[in-house]
Ligand binder design. Structure first.
Ligand code: FAD
Ligand code: DLZ
Ligand code: SF4
Length: 512
């Protein structure tokens, strides 16, 4: 035969570089469900089910095109359990002249791939992942010798490069960023569009049974399962988003509401990251809504910034800084992850709600991840590696290239400011302003000290006190440090006492 083309589970697009020169007469596409990928962290059940079902549907679509697909199922008795071992078995079966693969989204897997040429005794071509709008080399050139990398400047370059929302060299509307209009609290009377869900078909049902049997002890609810698993369904989810949610996406981007995990968010990240949608097409669809007068600029610019700005930026940063990036712990945080991240059992209602949404849907929106779950991890000084593993496990869209910079850099500041100019630390007042969580909480965001005080209030100041030597020189948090400098010793002692009592009460007996 000709070429054996290994296609990974998050590379489900016909336009991927590994398939670009495919010859249906001579080549075989290899797809493998392997225990190692499903268990290197114990992924949320819906994440595994989404990916296996999407893989099986994609294999079916390739076959309809006349392409030979060698698909190894997880429950195949011969399944050797890892990418490398399955590739070796496939080489025995097909005797290819060479192997072609697109580079993976995780350093861990790239390390494996680098050994394959020697292990197999065959040419193994690892191609660039062509799904991103900026190549690694372009990001590297932009980063250059800069001491601090800032997303906003990278984003402007990407606007110029792609032409999204541009008039010649200038941004439409005369501004690059309309975020000042995007921080509204949710009005009590607003109606949230019910999220588009997809009924499992026979293929998905079979996968759901498999996941229940094999991964029943992993975190999260398996059903109800409503994710799309085909390109057609992902396109339908995109259509639903741009028509029903995009016009309001900007206004309420930071809002949180009990029982409404999706609000006006896109809920497209699993599809984008697995290859069922492209970054370019979702931006084209969003821009069209603005150009045709159906969605306001603040919403469309905000959405496009998340995709061509943040998404590309974190990916560029990951590959620029790995593998050393994962090892830093700039704030020397060592506390183990509390059990409630798994059980949801905590008196802090905001955390209980966000863990509950995560467990039910393998999804929480950005502000829940950042300002509730992430803010707590930062203020409580949780150990970066444990927090990172949690985020990689629990979300259907989680792959290390995108999870790690968001967790290590954005929420934990463990990279010492490579990604963000300051830690995203906030007290209970922020969560109270942006959500309805506090009204149903045992604690009060208005109370600053003692048993009834919102723990975020004293943990916020305790964090600043504990990290004073590391952070006091940062001009972006000069204001809270000025306030801290004026605080009485008694007040500081009360903060330390409340924080010690609360943090001492956390239990950490679960592993992943
Ligand atoms: P929307 O809010 O509607 O945004 C639209 C799209 O923009 C998303 O689909 C996503 O592709 C992109 N996007 C937005 N923000 C980011 C960002 N910070 N980084 C990268 N892409 C972004 N996103 C992942 O895809 N996988 C992860 O594992 C992941 N982990 C995260 C961990 C933390 C601590 C934080 C703070 C954010 C994380 N994000 C991650 C980014 C973001 O929260 C999700 O992309 C988003 O919530 C997905 O939901 P959505 O499609 O409704 O997004
Ligand atoms: C996440 C995941 C899981 C759970 N299972 C598989 C699998 O069985 N086969 C596969 O090809 N890919 C899987 N993946 C996605 C890979 O982990 C992903 O390709 C790497 O992490 C690189 O991004
Ligand atoms: Fe969360 Fe504090 Fe509000 Fe309770 S009072 S929901 S702990 S922010």
């Amino acid at each position: 035969m000709g070429t054996l083309r290994l296609l990974l589970g998050d590379q489900l697009t016909r336009a991927i570089s590994s398939l670009s020169d495919l010859d249906a007469e001579t080549d075989v596409v290899l797809m493998v469900e392997v225990a190692e990928e499903a268990t290197y962290v114990r992924h949320h059940k819906q994440k595994i089910a989404f990916l296996f079902s999407a893989m099986r549907h994609f294999a079916q679509a390739l076959r309809v095109e006349g392409i030979t697909v060698d698909y190894v199922r997880l429950d195949d008795p011969e399944n050797a359990g890892s990418f490398g071992a399955e590739l070796a078995r496939a080489v025995e079966r097909h005797h290819p002249e060479r192997v072609v693969v697109t580079e993976p989204g995780e350093w861990r897997v790239l390390e494996m791939m680098r050994d394959w040429r020697e292990e197999l005794g065959l040419p193994v071509e690892i191609r660039e992942d062509n799904r991103f709008l900026a190549t690694k080399a372009e990001f590297g050139a932009w980063a250059g010798e800069k001491k601090h990398l800032r997303m906003e400047y990278f984003y402007r370059e990407m606007r110029r490069k792609t032409g999204f929302l541009m008039e010649g060299r200038e941004p439409v509307g005369g501004q690059w960023n309309f975020d000042a209009q995007n921080r509204k609290a949710l009005p009590k009377t607003i109606t949230v569009p019910p999220r588009r869900r997809f009924e499992p078909d026979a293929i998905t049902r079979e996968v759901l049974d498999l996941v229940a049997r094999r991964f029943g002890n992993h975190f999260g609810d398996l059903e109800p399962f409503g994710w799309g698993v085909t390109r057609a369904q992902a396109l339908e989810a995109l259509r639903f988003f741009v028509e029903e949610a995009l016009p309001t996406f900007g206004d309420y981007q930071d809002a949180m509401k009990t029982g409404e995990p999706f609000l006006f968010h896109a809920v497209l990240s699993p599809y984008l990251n697995a290859g069922l949608l492209t970054a370019e097409e979702v931006c084209v669809a969003a821009e069209r809504e603005w150009r045709e007068g159906r969605a306001p600029l603040n919403a469309v610019e905000g959405f496009i910034r998340q995709i061509i700005g943040w998404r590309e930026y974190v990916r560029g940063l990951y590959w620029l800084k790995m593998p050393a990036y994962a090892d830093t712990n700039a704030l020397e945080a060592t506390r183990p992850l509390p059990d409630f991240y798994w059980t949801g059992e905590t008196e802090m209602n905001c955390l209980a709600q966000c863990v509950g949404d995560t467990r039910r849907h393998a999804y929480a929106h950005h502000i829940q991840r950042l300002m509730v779950l992430g803010n707590f991890a930062l203020l409580a000084g949780l150990r970066p590696a444990e927090v990172e593993e949690w985020y990689l496990v629990v979300y259907a869209d989680a792959y290390e290239w995108v999870e790690l910079p968001n967790v290590h850099g954005m929420i934990l500041y463990a990279d010492g400011g490579v990604l963000a100019s300051k830690p995203y630390a906030a007290s209970g007042a922020y969560i109270d302003r942006m959500s309805d969580y506090c009204a149903a909480c045992t604690y009060s965001p208005k109370v600053k000290e003692g048993e009834r005080a919102c723990p975020f209030n004293y943990l916020y100041w305790n964090f600043l006190i504990e990290n004073e030597a590391r952070l006091v020189g940062n001009p972006r948090i000069a204001m809270p440090y000025r306030t801290l400098a004026k605080m009485s010793d008694d007040r500081k002692a009360a903060i330390r006492e409340d924080a010690d009592r609360f943090l001492g009460s956390l239990t950490s007996s679960y592993g992943t």
